[in-house]
Design a protein around this ligand. Structure first.
Ligand code: 9MG
Length: 279
């Protein structure tokens, strides 16, 4: 069974764990850069931790389809104080970024994990993580957030995503990042049409064959809206169902906004899985 090495932390993945989403962006807390915004983000993160989040994923740049890029200085200003405050309180903090400068600063401020939707594809991102003892989540994306949903196309989405992740794992190992520090992620909604997302979810066990923990991030995503007709803020039940479908196929980390709901669902899941009735 997996134990994720994330800086000083050892996270057992014997049961699925929950990563709570902490966005420090203009669409979450006013302009995402002032002291008041940092304090609101810290308060929100601590609430998620109280609800049962095992990891807090702090991000200062939106990766939604069509989102604009954020200059490094702005992202640093948003993210670093929040990481520092949460790590200082003993929380397991992940930094959601693609920029090596932000990775380095957040790791120095106490982050124990890097969540990179570009799978350490930016020049020197591999080196930034290799120089630390942090965990890293390697996510698949076709294209970039500005254009990725325009015309996603695959011959076989499961085979292609699996091969991409295997290649990035090999690059990490070659750079000196050991497997105990690695998490892989199909990147639901990142350059994928509904049929691609459903195929990846249905066959998530094929990614788990790579022998690394799989993270699923489906919270509030458009595929849930397409299937239920619900607006983004009304997708909590659909998200819980989608994440449990992922757990049933081997996901060990769940990246969610609605931590309390996910925790309740996992309480039921774990009780059923661990029932000792002699059968
Ligand atoms: C930042 N971000 C948004 N969606 C995500 C997902 O599905 N996985 C990961 N690792 N990060 C995500």
């Amino acid at each position: 069974m997996f134990v994720l090495h994330a800086g000083p932390h050892r996270l057992s993945l014997a049961r699925p764990i929950v990563m709570g989403i902490v966005n420090v962006t203009p669409d979450s807390f006013s302009d995402g850069g002032r002291l008041a915004d940092a304090q609101a983000a810290i308060g929100h993160a601590l609430k998620l931790q109280e609800e049962g989040a095992d990891i807090l994923d702090v991000g200062g740049e939106s990766t939604r389809p069509g989102a604009a890029k954020v200059p490094v200085a702005d992202e640093l200003r948003r993210v670093v104080p929040v990481v520092e405050a949460l790590a200082g309180r003993g929380c397991v903090v992940s930094v959601d970024t693609t920029k090596p400068e932000v990775m380095r600063a957040a790791l120095s401020a106490g982050a124990a994990m890097v969540n990179d939707v570009m799978a350490l594809g930016a020049p020197s991102a591999l080196d930034a993580v290799a120089a630390s003892d942090a965990a890293v989540c390697l996510m698949h994306m076709q294209g970039d957030p500005q254009s990725m949903q325009q015309a996603p196309a695959y011959a076989d989405v499961v085979v292609e995503v699996k091969q991409f992740l295997a290649d990035r794992v090999a690059a990490c190992e070659a750079a000196g990042i050991s497997r105990e520090r690695l998490v892989i992620d199909p990147g639901f909604g990142f350059g994928k049409a509904l049929e691609h997302n459903l195929a990846l979810l249905r066959h998530l066990d094929r990614l788990a064959e790579l022998g690394l923990p799989v993270l699923a991030g489906l919270s509030r995503k458009s595929m849930l809206g397409a299937l239920t007709g619900r607006a983004v803020d009304r997708r909590e039940f659909a998200g819980v169902a989608a994440h449990l479908a992922a757990v049933a196929r081997g996901a060990r980390l769940l990246r969610v906004h609605d931590v309390a709901a996910m925790r309740d669902a996992l309480a039921i899941w774990n009780a059923v899985e661990e029932q000792q009735d002699g059968t």
